[in-house]
Design a protein around this ligand. Structure first.
Ligand SMILES: Nc1ncnc2c1ncn2[C@@H]1O[C@H](COP(=O)(O)OP(=O)(O)OP(=O)(O)O)[C@@H](O)[C@H]1O
Length: 286
């Protein structure tokens, strides 16, 4: 595997002098090509700042970001971002098809190719029939699918997702998590997802990076040894999942990796039982 993303000694401080606020402190990690990694951290710890620095939207105060070996300075052409708030990232006056085509306008490709790529991306997210509709005619979950299709249409080397499913209901969230995993496996995409949801970080990923409280630094880098084929019920009930989510929870509450696993399992199992009943309930309702 080759390295797709390299973050090295990254720090970011907002403001200066007495008002200076360090949001990210000396972060270093890599993401390999084809990997789906997630970053989980407490609210306000600096996750979005980190993502903005990786996306080239915010220049880091210190350190570097490289995408397939090229130093990031400004938004790279082959990087796409899916934000939490789909209602603000889609253009209401453009049809779904035109929204998905939009970023391709600056690519050296023909109009026909643009249309074909947008149609293909909409098909990948299960929205083949809705290209002629407008975003406001779709449900929230469908709008977020359109955002994902728009990101996929540009065939990015790296797809960044910032709390992508935080604004949809539980059932839709599970569907979108599964969609993300399916697309990632089919396309071999490299994806970095930021979330504050412990279960989501484990369910989605090949690997979870756990961040400390503000300013964000890396507390642990945990591989997720779950089978590639995952299921919202059985995977979340498995002993491996319960142990891992317990470990992440423990780390987020200030524990260290060495002490993490066993003590966290009981609390995690209790929460899991609650959540599994939520999943079942929402499946029954749908
Ligand atoms: N433009 C800004 N100017 C000053 N401070 C900022 C700015 N943006 C973010 N911050 C501060 O930096 C810290 C990290 O913010 P950031 O949004 O990166 O955290 P986060 O982990 O994504 O938060 P959340 O989980 O609530 O979305 C916070 O204390 C925030 O108030």
């Amino acid at each position: 595997m080759s390295t797709m993303l390299e973050v090295s000694g990254l720090s970011h401080t907002y403001g200066a002098g007495a008002k200076a606020h360090t949001a990210v402190n000396n972060l270093s990690f890599t993401v390999e090509a084809g990997q789906l990694a997630s970053i989980v951290g407490p609210s306000g710890c600096g996750k979005s700042t980190l993502l903005r620095c990786i996306a080239g939207l915010t220049p880091p105060t210190d350190g570097t970001v490289s995408l397939h070996g090229d130093r990031v300075a400004g938004v790279p052409d082959d990087l796409a971002v899916v934000f939490q708030d789909y209602s603000r990232s889609l253009f209401p006056w453009l049809s779904v098809q035109k929204n998905v085509e939009f970023p391709l306008r600056w690519r050296p490709i023909s109009r026909a190719e643009r249309r074909a790529r947008a149609a293909e991306a909409l098909e990948q997210v299960g929205l083949s029939g809705v290209g002629g509709k407008y975003p406001w005619q779709l449900s929230g979950g469908m709008q977020q699918r359109v955002s994902i299709a728009r990101a996929l249409a540009s065939r990015p080397a790296l797809l960044l997702m910032d709390e992508p499913f935080a604004s949809v209901d539980a059932q839709t969230r599970f569907e979108l998590e599964d969609l993300t995993r399916r697309v990632q496996r089919e396309q071999g995409s490299t994806i970095l997802v930021v979330t504050h949801d412990i279960d989501e970080s484990v369910y989605l990923s090949d690997r979870v990076l756990v961040l400390s409280k503000s300013p964000a630094s890396i507390v642990a880098d945990l591989p997720v040894p779950l089978p590639a084929a995952r299921d919202q019920i059985t995977t979340r009930e498995s002993a491996e999942f319960v142990t891992l989510r317990g470990e992440v929870a423990r780390l987020l509450h200030g524990g260290t990796p060495a002490e993490a696993v066993t003590a966290a399992s009981d609390a995690a199992e209790w929460e899991l039982a609650e959540q599994t009943s939520d999943v079942r309930e929402s499946k029954t309702r749908s």
